[in-house]
Design a binder for this molecule. Structure first.
Ligand SMILES: [Zn+2]
Length: 318
């Protein structure tokens, strides 16, 4: 935070834009491990699909934040070097893509400090940001904030302030906020801003929502929040090539329900690139780091005593 504030003093006023972020992970090897219980190497499909996003960002002269899995960075360091050489921000998306709900605080500390060090060693840059796999920081894992502070992160973007079955922290602030933790240490949290429909909060700005929802609805969300939308995309959501034989063979052995669930992740992938292209034409985006700097300059960051929030418990609202 101090580092961000120092940089902020040196720079002129920044325009607040929405955020374009990418969760760089290899969908094939994660699914093989998490769904089919088989370990396979990282596939180079993540290189091709991430490069499609890099090319699209270059076409629109836009910089983004790439929350990168350390396993991908280790397997494909040249991809990380391309990301930073083109002026994008590098940030952490875990070491092995373990959800916070699957980890103890001790394991999370090891995973995150190791991931941060690996990305810094490969890129030669200081890394300050974090996004949890599957938005897994929730009211069930508030200790994650202390772990992030201990590991030296300055901001996090892992909270979906909605009620969903697998993730979400309903009642959490929908706007960026400054969490004050132990020993007065501070972490900026940038939640994924939802839109309100029929009085309920719905995500619209990334992942399967961006892939599956009608584009008119997505655009309505971005129009309502032209300087507050947090776009997030996974490279595999642009992957339209047939999956490897070992994946298809493993999928065939699963229950009909699992087969349908996994096949649903392929719907509408060929349209994703066109949606991103149009959003980049219609709205202005920047990195998470610049979004936070601009928000700090406007003094709109709400301060939240994190200890009090956790103590108030599950039903607390901000
Ligand atoms: Zn992920």
């Amino acid at each position: 935070m101090e580092r961000l504030s120092q940089e902020q003093n040196k720079t002129k006023a920044l325009e607040v834009k929405s955020v374009f972020s990418v969760d760089v992970e290899d969908g094939v090897s994660i699914a093989m491990r998490d769904i089919f219980n088989k370990t396979v190497p990282q596939t180079d499909r993540v290189i091709r699909t991430t490069e499609v996003i890099l090319d699209l960002l270059a076409k629109h002269h836009t910089k983004a934040t790439f929350f990168t899995l350390a396993q991908v960075a280790e397997a494909f360091p040249a991809l990380v070097q391309r990301i930073v050489s083109e002026g994008h921000e590098l940030a952490v998306h875990g070491n092995k893509h373990l959800l916070f709900s699957q980890m103890t605080p001790q394991l999370a500390r090891q995973e995150l400090s190791s991931a941060k060090k690996k990305l810094e060693d490969i890129s030669g840059q200081y890394v300050i940001g974090h996004r949890a796999p599957a938005f897994s920081i929730s009211e069930r894992t508030p200790w994650a904030i202390d772990v992030l502070l201990e590991c030296g992160f300055q901001y996090d973007s892992s909270i979906m302030p909605i009620k969903a079955s697998r993730y979400g922290w309903p009642g959490f602030s929908e706007n960026p906020c400054l969490l004050i933790g132990n020993d007065n240490r501070k972490l900026v949290e940038v939640p994924i801003k939802p839109i309100k429909l029929f009085g309920k909060a719905f995500p619209y700005s990334g992942g399967s929502y961006l892939r599956l929802l009608p584009y008119s609805l997505i655009k309505t969300g971005f129009s309502q929040n032209p300087t507050q939308s947090i776009l997030y995309i996974h490279p595999y959501e642009l992957d339209t090539k047939q999956y490897p034989d070992y994946y298809l063979a493993a999928l065939k052995k699963e229950s009909l329900w699992t087969q349908l669930k996994m096949r649903s992740m392929w719907f509408n992938r060929k349209n994703t690139i066109h949606k991103l292209d149009d959003l980049l034409s219609c709205f202005r985006f920047d990195t998470m780091k610049n979004f936070i700097k601009a928000t700090e300059q406007q003094k709109t960051l709400k301060k939240i005593n994190f200890r009090e929030l956790v103590a108030r418990g599950k039903n607390s609202t901000l």
